[in-house]
Ligand binder design. Structure first.
Ligand code: GAL
Length: 697
């Protein structure tokens, strides 16, 4: 359904909000878009109030004009359904369409996304507007893609109002059929919570103490589905009115509220908004993790980077600009990770409103005087030579298992210790990336065929079916590595009895008796390959049952017991890491796993980013990106490569390249790239260590 060839090259563009500007600016905008190489704009995202002046009273005049102007200027449109924020008249007419927080506070108008996703009049209004927009512009030659709503769940990922409570009950009834089954699943024998009728069941609103955990987990599942229903309502209308126009909604990477593995099934092409903090030395790892997730959500197909900043955002406490070259480097990272479009928020930096200090392509200073504009136009020109990348895939031999249901379950209160999943994931991801690996993300239940290594940084919630899949994977010769606090509960959040590790106990060859959650400042030691390191945060106390100890604890009441284990499983191996290892030690363990699996690897500083993509003829491109703001890095590479795109006057690379700060080099090889031949070295090189915490974007 999504054919990138409709766009005549790599997509390049931005959110375009002409309603913020007088008409005279519009023609100038189109002229500048041509200058920058922009070929697609996202139009009308926050235009509901401008399009529907009062209920059913539509004014499309201004949008007709903009659509025609863009088309005449050769710029295509990713047209929004404009449903992202209802106008004030709507909220006044339907006051209970405003969302309600966990504390029962109904939120006021004046911000954005101020709606309850389950409100009947909101759903009617959304359907009316979507149909009106779709009908109006069906067949318009500028229309190439639908942009449905905007960042669902960004501000409101759950609404605790009465409408949603009713929907929740209906959702539960469909899931459990009988109240007795719900009582069983929710474990309501505890704390006198037994229900006798569906009507007694409420959302997990603020309660005197912990709400029932399975109630909380099901509420999260329901809330993702509740918003998804709103999405599929819009999606269905578009499919009906314009069956030939593909549709997408912009995802937010690791957004806590929405199960994007489920959502992605509704998209013709997956798209992403990503705002890594350019002030952090490892912002490219933060970005890369989200890019890899996005490609994985779309089953490995190419995706669109729908929004990012040209420079600074306005919503952190301190908003660092992107340094010269940094935007280009991050754009190349997206391309290396499978993007087929590079877009920004927003075309013109606003003069008024909450986002006036957010960068745009056209900055407040105007195009001529702006370094950002120069970088934007240079990159637009460069993109024209990169069209062959649209056919590339990103081959990964390593998959990281990630599951929204597990994330929700981990975030529920009353655990042995708070375990923030994203930083943990980030540490494992950073280790794999600095070992030179392309990484896919997979959900439980995904096809694992084709991967040599599957990594579970944490899968606290694990069903028997996932355990069986992973067992089959290792028996076929796959290599598995799991982190601590894995396999503890099932999908109802009931504990697997008989030793933690539940469905993986036999695969791993061990069982976990208990855990020693370390207080801030407390440590233990672990000895691995004769080297003793300090560990923090968490220590599983584990017992071997078929596995061998690779590392043992040095202190506390379980001193001498295994901390890291390995078990041969058929053709494969299953590893377990029972504690929070220092970054270098974790990388050493992962290196051993890769060795066992026969996967080539290298050892890179965090300042050098390496990815490999593959063209349809089997040739491969090595993408080398410098994330170093200051020092030129000398990189040894395998022989036989040519610069990509070809450089005039000779394009053989040799065996060494120098990467200036934030620079990018793409090298084309006739066959598979051996990443073990990529080394940073020489006088020009620098080396820093990945920061421990790697938040998601
Ligand atoms: C996104 C949003 C845009 C804009 C941008 C600012 O979350 O979709 O409308 O607000 O952030 O960074």
């Amino acid at each position: 359904m999504f054919d990138i060839r409709r766009f005549g090259g790599v997509i390049y563009g931005a959110d375009y909000n002409p309603e913020q500007w007088p008409r005279e600016v519009w023609a100038e905008d189109v002229r500048l878009m041509n200058e920058a190489g922009v070929n697609l704009v996202s139009l009308g995202i926050f235009s509901w109030a401008q399009l529907e002046r009062a209920e059913g009273d539509f004014d499309f005049g201004w949008l007709d004009e903009v659509m025609d102007l863009l088309h005449a200027g050769g710029v295509d449109v990713n047209l929004a359904t404009a449903t992202a924020s209802p106008p004030p008249w709507f909220s006044l007419k339907y006051p209970d369409s405003r969302p309600v927080t966990v504390d029962g506070v109904r939120l006021e108008v004046g911000g954005r996304q101020g709606y309850c996703p389950g409100h009947p009049a909101l759903r009617e209004g959304v359907a009316r507007l979507t149909r009106a927009v779709a009908t109006r512009y069906a067949g318009h030659p500028a229309l190439k893609l639908w942009h449905i709503n905007n960042e669902y769940g960004c501000h409101i990922d759950q609404c605790f109002c009465e409408h949603c409570a009713r929907r929740f009950r209906a959702w539960l009834e469909a899931r459990y059929v009988t109240v007795a089954a719900l009582n069983d699943a929710w474990g309501t024998a505890f704390w006198s919570q037994r229900y006798t009728d569906w009507a007694e069941i409420q959302p997990p609103r603020r309660a005197p103490t912990y709400a029932n955990p399975t109630q909380q987990l099901d509420w999260r599942r329901f809330s993702s589905d509740n918003i998804l229903e709103l999405h599929t309502l819009e999606r269905g209308i578009l499919t009906e009115v314009t069956p030939d126009v593909p549709a997408t909604t912009n995802f937010l990477g690791f957004l806590p509220g929405l199960d994007y593995f489920r959502w992605a099934q509704e998209e013709d092409v997956v798209s992403l908004d990503a705002y890594p903090d350019p002030g952090q030395p490892d912002s490219h790892l933060e970005a890369g993790m989200v890019f890899d997730l996005t490609r994985s959500l779309g089953g490995g197909n190419r995706w669109i980077l729908m929004e990012q900043a040209t420079s600074a955002v306005n919503w952190r406490t301190r908003n660092a600009p992107k340094a010269p070259g940094q935007m280009r480097m991050l754009n190349h990272l997206a391309l290396a990770k499978g993007a087929s479009g590079i877009m920004f928020f927003q075309w013109r930096a606003s003069k008024a409103g909450a986002e006036k200090f957010h960068s745009g392509l056209v900055q407040h200073v105007g195009p001529q005087r702006s370094r950002v504009w120069r970088e934007v136009t240079d990159f637009g020109a460069e993109l024209r030579g990169l069209t062959p990348l649209l056919d590339a895939r990103v081959p990964a031999r390593v998959a990281v298992m990630f599951d929204w249901h597990n994330w929700w379950a981990l975030n529920i209160d009353s655990k042995p210790g708070v375990l923030p999943l994203l930083p943990l994931l980030g540490r494992w991801y950073a280790a794999l990336r600095t070992l030179g690996q392309n990484v896919d993300f997979v959900a439980p239940g995904s096809d694992l065929e084709g991967y040599d290594v599957v990594v579970l940084p944490n899968l606290y919630l694990m069903d028997d079916a996932t355990g069986a899949d992973l067992r089959a994977f290792t028996e076929r010769g796959g290599h598995l590595i799991a982190g601590y606090f894995t396999g503890v509960v099932d999908s109802r959040e009931h504990v697997h009895l008989g030793g933690y590790g539940g469905p993986l106990r036999d695969v791993l060859g061990l069982w976990v008796e208990e855990w020693d959650v370390l207080l801030p400042g407390q440590t233990n030691t672990v000895t691995l390959n004769g080297q003793t390191v300090t560990v923090t945060d968490w220590c599983d106390v584990l017992h071997l049952d078929g596995a061998e100890a690779v590392a043992t604890y040095g202190e506390r009441f379980y001193a001498g017991q295994a901390a890291v284990t390995r078990r041969a499983t058929g053709q494969g191996q299953a590893w377990y890491v029972g504690t929070e290892l220092p970054a270098d030690t974790l990388r050493n363990v992962l290196r051993s796993v890769l060795d066992g699996a026969g996967v080539p690897h290298t050892d890179l500083p965090v300042t050098l980013d390496l990815s490999v993509s593959q063209l349809p003829d089997g040739s491969q491109i090595l993408h080398l990106l410098s994330a170093d703001p200051q020092v030129t890095q000398r990189v040894q590479i395998p022989a036989g490569g040519h610069f990509f795109p070809a450089r005039p006057g000779g394009d053989e690379v040799g065996t060494q390249v120098d990467l200036a700060p934030f620079s990018v080099t793409l090298i084309h090889y006739p066959g598979p790239v051996d990443v073990s031949g990529v080394k940073v070295g020489g006088a020009a090189a620098t080396r820093v260590t990945a920061s421990a915490d790697l938040p998601g974007a």
